[in-house]
Design a protein around this ligand. Structure first.
Ligand code: PRT
Ligand code: MG
Length: 224
């Protein structure tokens, strides 16, 4: 396909990416929250949006099924980033990756005593690296749904999860005790598409960069 395909997930990423795409003259013609269509045309005949699960965005772009996409740094760290250029931090969908425990659990003491902690998370790779760097022994338990339930139900001692307002932790009597990394969403670009469709992709990257506020520096850096 000659045109440009952009992979976006519904919800916060779609909403926060809209103004950035508008700067490049791209406006989706349907709202994915109400439409069941997974391929959405835009105000530009040569640009379409495909609606994907947030964790699938890097995969679509990696294999060239989408030329451009938007994905959280959490998702990119877990994916590994193979085949992807990551030219821009869009500074949207911001949150923090944290370790959280039930209020009252003596985490510091458990760690000091060298206890093997059970940690439930969707983010196995990030969690493994975090605890390895600290020299803390953990058994990681992979979850796909709400991690907040795991310590409450006795599945794990702690969780590694994203925290934004903190209200989900609070509502479940959990407290964040370690900050692992700040998270925001990145623009991702298929490396081959960037070469083959440069004249279409670079102006889109530059237009987005100009509204993100970081200038077009990084997207120019891949021009050579
Ligand atoms: O929701 P779904 O299961 O379909 O997929 P997803 O959760 O991967 O997608 P989505 O759209 O919810 O998240 C997309 C991206 O948004 C993530 O990859 C993050 O980079 C980013 N983001 C920003 C967040 C949050 N903030 C966030 N608060 N992703 C998830 N959360 C969750 C968090 O996991 C926790 O359950 O919200 C809850 C905490 O929120 P607070 O405000 O109560 O602290
Ligand atoms: Mg979600």
């Amino acid at each position: 396909m000659d045109g440009i395909t952009i992979a976006l997930s519904k919800g916060r990423i779609f909403e926060e990416t809209l103004p950035l795409l508008a700067a490049a003259g791209i406006e989706p013609l349907e709202n994915p929250e109400t439409s069941r269509k997974l391929i959405i045309p835009t105000t530009r005949a040569d640009v379409r949006v495909v609606i994907v699960r947030a964790t699938d965005a890097p995969t679509y772009v990696q294999y060239g099924a989408a030329d451009i996409g938007v994905a959280g740094k959490d998702v990119l760290l877990e994916h590994g980033g193979d085949g992807l250029y990551q030219p821009l931090d869009l500074k949207i969908a911001r949150c923090r990756m944290m370790v959280a425990i039930p209020a009252g659990f003596d985490y510091a003491n458990a760690v000091r005593q060298g206890a093997r902690l059970k940690v439930a998370t969707k983010y196995i790779r990030i969690a493994r690296e975090h605890f390895a760097a600290k020299g803390v022994h953990v058994d990681l338990i992979k979850l796909y749904g709400s991690m907040e339930l795991a310590p409450l139900a006795g599945l794990a001692d702690a969780i590694v999860d994203l925290v934004s307002t903190g209200s989900t932790l609070k509502a479940n009597n959990l407290v964040a005790i370690e900050h692992i990394i700040d998270i925001s969403s990145r623009l991702i670009v298929n490396q081959a598409a960037l070469k083959l469709k440069r004249e279409k992709i670079v102006p889109i990257l530059d237009a987005i960069a100009s509204v993100v506020g970081s200038g077009a520096v990084e997207s120019c850096a891949v021009k050579s």
